[in-house]
Design a protein around this ligand. Structure first.
Ligand SMILES: Nc1ncnc2c1ncn2[C@@H]1O[C@H](COP(=O)(O)OP(=O)(O)O)[C@@H](O)[C@H]1O
Ligand SMILES: C[C@@](O)(CCOP(=O)(O)O)CC(=O)O
Ligand SMILES: [Mg+2]
Length: 330
């Protein structure tokens, strides 16, 4: 039996634009998704995902007290699609099919922009390989997990899977099927507050929504995407110089452009503006949007309170520098 953990991430600059080949700047956070794997002696795959919230349960209670519970089968299968694809690709890559019990736990809200889909893909592939006694190179692990995101999401960048695999702060630029990833050394400590509200849509739907806009009015959407790319490059310089004020200004512009793409919401904007009014140097949504998470560049308690006053929850997280690691191996 083995337990693997993989970190979540926040994107400082560049979400959505990175799906179109622009760079992104991301930081792995010390909040983790855990996968425990135990090989079985049959061919079954048994998945116990404790943190998935599924709507739509129907229960029938008969006279004798028997209870029959039903849930939307399609929704269950779709919710488990990242885990299922991760196992399929791991089996293909290792050319070895063995039944497995998987137990999944997340310290992060699922589907809120912190990259749980990538963390679950990375941790599942690594847990399957290690439980069967194989080593897997981190570059290969991150490539396979990116493939999971591409297959399930339809279109995906390597940002989240790279962060969940390697950790740290990374400048990422997709180049075809390759990923240029450059570790970034910050010139100052970067204080971040994460605020979140529940998200209804998935990353898959939000990425598809931006794609539709891109196809219908490319001459308008493309400059926004390119502009986000320029912000990311400048943001990296600001981070390396430790210029927090410039970083904040760039976050604000980035948020405006994400709003222009249609991926912000009223609740996200409320949190973003409340944080700025309470003294944050900058704030933006992070991840796919549509609800979910925002980040504020600040360490002020007033900023946390302001986010909470809008109805958001606050998550305190620091930097993860290890990426995917073994937690225990019996
Ligand atoms: N703990 C988990 N167990 C099983 N699947 C998970 C878990 N966490 C995330 N996933 C998968 O990832 C999806 C959320 O991914 P996504 O919409 O990309 O949001 P994010 O990556 O920002 O959390 C879930 O709907 C589910 O399919
Ligand atoms: C919107 C996007 O740039 C980031 C999505 O992040 P998350 O799944 O919301 O954590 C998509 C991607 O990079 O594949
Ligand atoms: Mg995701």
């Amino acid at each position: 039996m083995i337990t693997i953990r993989a970190p979540g991430k926040v994107i400082l600059y560049g979400e959505h634009a990175v799906v179109y080949g622009e760079p992104a700047l991301a930081m792995a956070i010390n909040k983790y998704l855990y996968v425990t794997a135990r090989a079985r002696d049959d061919n079954k795959i048994n998945i116990n995902a404790r943190d998935l919230r599924l709507a739509g349960i129907s229960v029938t209670i008969s006279e004798g007290g028997d209870v029959v519970a039903k849930t939307d089968y399609g929704a269950v299968i779709s919710a488990l699609s990242y885990v299922k694809r991760a196992i399929e690709l791991a089996m293909e890559y290792l050319d070895k099919k063995v039944g497995i019990d998987l137990e999944i736990r997340s310290e992060m809200p699922v589907g809120a922009g912190l990259g749980t889909s990538a963390a679950v893909a990375v941790a599942t592939i690594l847990a399957y390989a290690k439980e069967l006694g194989y080593d897997i190179d981190k570059r290969e692990l991150s490539r396979l997990a990116w493939q999971v995101e591409k297959d399930v999401q339809g279109s995906a960048s390597p940002t989240d899977t790279t962060m969940a695999t390697f950790g740290g702060i990374m400048y990422i630029k997709p180049e075809g099927n390759n990923t240029v990833m450059e570790p970034v050394k910050p010139g100052a400590n970067v204080p971040l507050i994460i605020g979140y509200v529940p998200r209804i849509s998935t990353t898959k739907d939000l990425v598809a929504m931006v794609r539709r806009k891109y196809e219908i009015m490319r001459n308008i959407i493309e400059p926004i995407i390119k502009s986000i790319g320029l912000i990311t490059k400048k943001g990296r310089e600001a981070l390396e110089m430790g210029d927090l004020e410039l970083m904040g200004t760039l976050m604000n512009i980035n948020h405006g452009l994400l709003d222009a793409l249609g991926v912000s919401t009223r609740q996200l904007n409320d949190m973003v503006y409340a944080a700025r009014h309470a003294g944050a140097l900058g704030s933006k949504l992070t991840g796919a949007g549509g609800g979910g998470c925002m980040i504020a560049l600040s360490d002020r308690i007033e900023v946390e309170k302001a986010i909470e006053l809008t109805g958001g929850s606050v998550l305190r997280a620091g930097l993860d520098t290890n990426g995917a690691t073994i937690v225990s191996n019996d």
